[in-house]
Design a protein around this ligand. Structure first.
Ligand SMILES: *Cc1c(COP(=O)(O)O)cnc(C)c1O
Length: 235
């Protein structure tokens, strides 16, 4: 069922990314598609891998562990942690997640750093709360840039860029402003610390086109690929 669905949805999603790139004069190869498989069963991941998707996004530590245990780390595949992280679970992520996108607090960064293998730093994105909604995690307020720069001080972390979730609205101007603000925040951070990477993870099913027009280099798409989420049950 998932394989069949992806045969239809994956070309559509790729086309919408391509169209947004055309509008913005960008190269579609500069936008990584993360397939958000959270809440979907193993079958969805099997289908995604068979369809050539290489980046998989999960939002719960336990579910991510289950899935990584089942599928391992096939060559070229990256597992992304995109959900909010309780600091007591952060130490389980190094070696499981290839990119931890949702580091929104220094405390979580500290736990990840402490659990990192000395030979391989943990790749992370700093999550920014651009909407100010309490339910969305991330660095926020006046000291966003300072906080991210502090995160980048940990030798055991490699900050590859920033991630945000836009507010859940249809107002295009609000979305555009949100994404633009994330891009400017990254410019500011990199101005102070050029070692920070240039990944801008922004754009989901409802706002992917605008995010790409505003410079996203990584979109996280669940619903448009896999349909409504059923609720995951360990297999
Ligand atoms: C669930 C989720 C997504 C995917 O959302 P869709 O609207 O289904 O595309 C992207 N990013 C994060 C952080 C999520 O939790």
């Amino acid at each position: 069922m998932y394989a069949e669905r992806l045969r239809e949805t994956l070309p559509e999603v790729r086309a919408s990314i391509r169209r947004a790139c055309d509008r913005a004069g960008r190269d579609p190869d500069d936008v990584t598609l993360v397939a958000v498989t959270k809440s979907h069963p193993f079958e969805a991941i099997r289908a995604a891998l068979d369809a050539g998707l290489t980046d998989l996004g999960e939002n719960r530590v336990g579910e991510l562990e289950d899935k990584v245990e089942h599928f391992g780390h096939p060559e070229g595949v990256r597992w992304h942690m995109i959900g909010s992280i309780q600091s007591r679970k952060a130490s389980r992520l190094p070696g499981v997640a290839d990119l931890v996108q949702s580091v929104g607090r220094l405390k979580v960064g500290r736990k990840l750093a402490a659990a990192a293998d000395h030979e391989s730093p943990v790749s992370v994105l700093a999550q920014v709360n651009t909407s100010g909604e309490d339910a969305k995690g991330g660095f926020e307020g006046d000291r966003v840039v300072e906080g991210i720069l502090e995160l980048a001080e940990f030798d055991e972390l490699r900050v590859e860029g920033l991630m945000t979730m836009a507010p859940f609205v249809d107002d295009e101007a609000v979305l555009r402003r949100t994404f633009r603000r994330l891009r400017e925040t990254l410019e500011d951070v990199r101005h102070h610390r050029p070692q920070v990477g240039d990944t801008l993870s922004m754009g989901m099913t409802n706002d992917v086109g605008i995010a790409v027009e505003e410079g996203s280099t990584m979109v996280r798409i669940g619903t448009a690929l896999f349909g409504e989420r059923p609720g995951y049950e360990p297999e």
